[in-house]
Design a protein. Sequence first.
Length: 105
Amino acid sequence: MDKKQENTEEVVTRVKLPRSGEVIGIIEQRLGGNKMLVNCLDGKTRNCRVPGRLRRALWLRPGDVVIIEFWELDKDKGDVIFKYRPNQVEWLKEKGYLKKDKTEF
């Protein structure tokens, strides 16, 4: 087997699901710095940020599917704590966590 063929195989891993106080969302627009508008699956659009510990680890663009953790004092704002990979997004669509038409802009 070539190294190229080994790298193309997708590894099936456990997909992280939102817990209480968290929701799945789709990034709608970057606002500059580490802030962005996120369209959450509960129907709200939230102003979210990337916490400092994840700022260099998460590279985010509009259309990415993420998990949002609400702020304690303000439920209309949140922190982006996880970004789904494309194969994980497909799994979420198959299992019904995401609607198929939601992720296309």
